[in-house]
Design a protein around this ligand. Structure first.
Ligand code: 26Y
Length: 841
């Protein structure tokens, strides 16, 4: 019966309309005469939600009966974006919903536009988790996500006078139709307190007891995750922190009622806000509290589910449960499981530890030391006294093994110890994660190689090469092709003779597009779709910034978190250089048309991304981009030859408009710093070409699509250390070209030069850690090369070869991006790390 209902709601126009009206009248308590787009979104999403819940309940039932192994993906960030379009696509109900809404007087696109982004993540790591849950469902795995239900996601970014201003993102202003409150699932989590020793009355052995000092309740909120072309609908469980019902009667009796209530209310602060740092560790107590709260609740939930069918047969635990740690943020889960098994379940230490290490696996996302978590021992001991003891014990047994293995190496013990000695002793979370896991993976080949030869090289000696592996990242083609670029997705489905879009779960099928590489009509259609998408972006830019772009010019895009290592400064310096050269040419009497013909093609440089609120250098870069935009865009001589745009508040739903509209995107990190990158995959999958360094997944993208179809430049990661060394000992050489740029900035061309002093000095006098000076001319050269190719593109129709040169590279990119589906990625994790198989539908 449930299945029928689901199918009707999504596939029967009348049933959709009926349900919509019912939700308007009952859920929203309004009537159809008083139903705006927002109300329409709420009624429509409630209808879709009702349909999802049927699949969701059936899936959970099926998985329980099957009683196979489940994977749990622990991530502090799930950057989901909007849910409704994705749900309609995955349920194959989009056309029906559009028709039904149209009958009722609404436009589907406008209704979809009402949904706030679920922005519970910072950037790549959080979006990866969102792609993974989509693939887990789509490929019929039993896999849950566990995270936190922040009331405030990543801040909203405003640009005021060219500066980033952060404002809170209160995304739950209206009730969230995708959230199923599980108020009955409440798990107590303790903090602080003390540890004492007692005797176990059963065994007569001594036993540690942790008596917590503060208790908070974790209350579950569930989000159904529909798969594409399958009924499989997994669960994303996000915890809310709530006060306990217990009351501090000592305080109450002392007459301090007000304070006692206040203390209870503070519980909710644990899940109030996502920390806005990306790739930067900042040791805040509340962040550690978030981590333990989430880890304790999730593990308790997992253990309870296991015990329901398996009682205390702990040997079976690793056969039933795989837990993936998304970076070190959930590393305390390793310690918590050891505590549950030893202190609460009474297992012997070694037996417990062998279970723990079979369950966990750890994904590393960075080699940069400033992003590695190192919690002060004092803080851990105060917040989690028993856990600190267990960490010391884990370390003790580990170091004993290491000593046994390398009796002659005096230094290795200090190097691999979980505890870093020094002024402030700290817990190296990455080391704890490696020691407590059976597999450790990086996220692209180059990155996985680098972690094994640099930050974790001692652990390769200790545990052997087999503990380390690579799983190259991927993205979900449902959202990042079908949803973001419906016209291209449709053209592909027609060309592949695949009316049901089966290629979206078999992305290797894209290869068949190569057959049409000389089909002029096809290439023209392809190009027209890019143009359509560029017009869509032009409208967004106009709306957000007031700037009018010409959609025929090259759209040169860099959107991602603002970070020195990602080198938005390299990009904006090159834009300034271009502007200065154009001005020189104009001053020497060369006409604008001649410049366009002989020197520079017309382009728009489009930037977007958030800076962590405390990251001064990143904020300076944002300011410079905006100031350059002010000057260039208002220069009456320049026209459409050059425009510079900063799109405020870059987020997932804006990415869905920006990505399909790019001709060229920048992935230009200093070699060896970007673990993988995933937006590079999104752009290439949408037919945008890449200008990039030999870093992260760019390397594998090049291998797949061919080096003729990507513009690579820059020093290689092997050379970076040596160059940095040279900078420090011999000084930094600023090339003439870059010097011109610095001179103009210092002349005040882009506002008060004082504001950019840290940025320029970091390069000139403080070692140019990110090799901007070394890669600048190489970057300019790469541009000259690629602009020759873009050149007459879309212009001179008589020059047939040239006309489609760019478009052919675009087609060849898309045709060879099949490898980068997150479905492939999840299959690799399932086979090599989790040891789980899909459930047959
Ligand atoms: C320590 C803590 C504050 C912290 C918080 C967030 C540390 C790191 C992060 C986020 C890291 C992140 O997003 N890393 C990115 O992960 C992507 C998915 O694997 C990679 O593609 C990308 O290269 C990497 O920078």
């Amino acid at each position: 019966h449930g299945q029928d209902l689901e199918s009707k709601l999504v596939h029967d126009r009348g049933a959709f309309e009926e349900s919509f009206v019912r939700h308007v009248e009952t859920t929203l308590a309004r009537n159809m005469y008083n139903c705006d787009n927002l109300a329409a979104y709420q009624a429509a999403s409630s209808t879709v939600r009702d349909a999802l819940l049927v699949d969701w309940a059936n899936t959970q039932q099926k998985q329980t009966v099957h009683n196979g192994k489940r994977v749990y993906y622990l991530s502090l960030e799930f950057l989901m974006g909007r849910a409704m379009d994705n749900a309609l696509i995955n349920l194959k109900g989009r056309d029906n919903a559009a028709a039904a809404l149209s009958d009722l007087g609404f436009n589907l696109e406008d209704v979809l536009d009402q949904e706030p982004d679920a922005a519970l993540g910072n950037g790549g790591l959080g979006r990866l988790a969102a792609c993974f849950v989509d693939s887990l469902s789509s490929k019929n795995y039993s896999g849950w996500g566990y995270g936190l239900n922040y009331q405030y996601g990543i801040f909203k970014q405003k640009i005021i006078d060219g500066y980033q201003v952060e404002t809170p993102d209160y995304w739950l202003k209206y009730s969230n139709p995708w959230e199923i409150d599980r108020k009955e699932i409440q798990i107590p989590v303790d903090f602080y307190g003390h540890v004492y020793e007692d005797y176990d009355p059963n065994s007569g052995k001594p036993k540690k007891i942790w008596s917590g000092g503060e208790r908070v309740l974790a209350v579950a909120a569930d989000f159904p995750i529909p798969g594409y072309n399958t009924d499989n609908t997994n669960n994303l469980r996000l915890w809310n922190a709530k006060p306990t019902h217990e009351f501090d009667f000592t305080k109450f009796n002392a007459g301090d009622y007000q304070q006692s209530v206040g203390a209870q209310q503070r519980a909710e602060s644990i899940t109030a806000v996502l920390y806005p740092n990306d790739n930067f560790y900042s040791g805040k107590e509340l962040r550690l509290k978030q981590q333990y709260f989430w880890v304790a609740a999730s593990l308790h939930d997992i253990v309870r589910r296991f015990k329901k069918t398996n009682k205390s047969q702990w040997e079976k635990f690793p056969e039933q449960v795989a837990i993936q740690l998304n970076d070190t943020h959930p590393t305390l889960a390793i310690v918590e499981l050891q505590r549950v098994l030893v202190d609460l379940e009474g297992l012997e230490w070694d037996h417990a530890w062998s279970i723990v290490t079979r369950v966990f696996a750890y994904t590393n996302h960075t080699v940069m030391t400033e992003a590695l978590e190192k919690w002060p021992v004092d803080l851990v001991g105060r917040l989690l006294p028993r856990h600190l003891e267990i960490i010391y014990d884990i370390n003790f047994f580990f170091l004993k093994d290491v000593e046994h293995k390398f009796p002659d190496d005096r230094d290795i013990l200090g190097r691999v110890s979980i505890i870093e000695e020094g002024n402030e002793k700290s817990v190296r979370m990455a080391y704890l994660a490696i020691i407590g896991s059976h597999k450790v993976n990086g996220v692209a080949e180059l990155h996985s190689e680098l972690i094994q030869t640099t930050i974790f090289k001692d652990f390769v000696r200790v545990f052997g090469k087999d503990r380390f592996t690579n799983v190259t990242n991927g993205i979900t083609p449902r959202r990042w092709l079908r949803q973001a670029n419906p016209q291209l997705a449709k053209l592909i489905s027609e060309k592949l003779n695949d009316p049901n879009y089966e290629y979206l779960t078999n992305l290797g099928n894209l290869k068949k597009l190569e057959k049409f590489i000389d089909d002029d009509e096809f290439l023209t259609k392809w190009d027209a779709i890019k143009f359509h998408n560029k017009r869509r972006l032009t409208a967004l830019v106009k709306e957000e910034t007031g700037i009018e772009l010409d959609p025929t010019v090259l759209f040169d895009v860099q959107v991602k978190r603002i970070h020195e290592y990602k080198r938005q400064q390299l990009n904006i310096f090159a834009v300034i250089y271009r502007y200065l050269r154009i001005k020189e040419l104009l001053a020497s009497g060369v006409s604008i048309d001649e410049i366009k013909l002989k020197h520079y093609i017309s382009k728009a440089s489009i930037f977007g991304g958030k800076a962590a609120p405390g990251y001064y250098m990143a904020k300076t870069i944002i300011h410079l981009i905006n100031k350059v935009g002010d000057v260039v865009n208002n220069d009456p001589e320049i026209g459409n030859l050059l425009k510079v745009v900063f799109i405020p508040d870059y987020n997932v739903s804006k990415a869905e408009i920006i990505t399909p509209a790019s001709d060229l995107s920048n992935h230009i990190s200093t070699a060896g710093t970007e673990a993988s990158g995933t937006s590079n995959m999104k752009f290439a999958l949408n037919g945008g070409l890449i200008i990039g360094t030999v870093d992260g997944a760019n390397v594998e993208i090049t291998r797949e699509i061919g080096e003729d179809n990507i513009f690579l430049f820059g020093n290689l990661s092997e050379s970076v250390e040596e160059i940095r060394h040279k900078h420090i000992y011999e000084g930094v050489q600023i090339p003439e070209t870059l010097q011109k740029v610095f001179d103009s900035i210092e002349s005040g061309a882009f506002g008060n030069p004082e504001e950019y002093k840290v940025l320029l000095d970091g390069i000139r006098y403080h070692g140019d850690h990110y090799l901007v000076s070394d890669d600048f001319d190489l970057f300019l050269d790469a541009h000259i090369k690629l602009e020759k190719v873009f050149g007459h593109h879309g212009g001179d129709a008589s020059d047939k070869d040239h006309l489609h040169r760019w478009v052919k590279k675009s087609v060849l990119s898309v045709a060879n991006m099949g490898f980068f589906s997150s479905d492939r990625c999840i299959d690799e994790y399932a086979e090599n790390i989790w040891n789980i198989e899909p459930l047959n539908q």
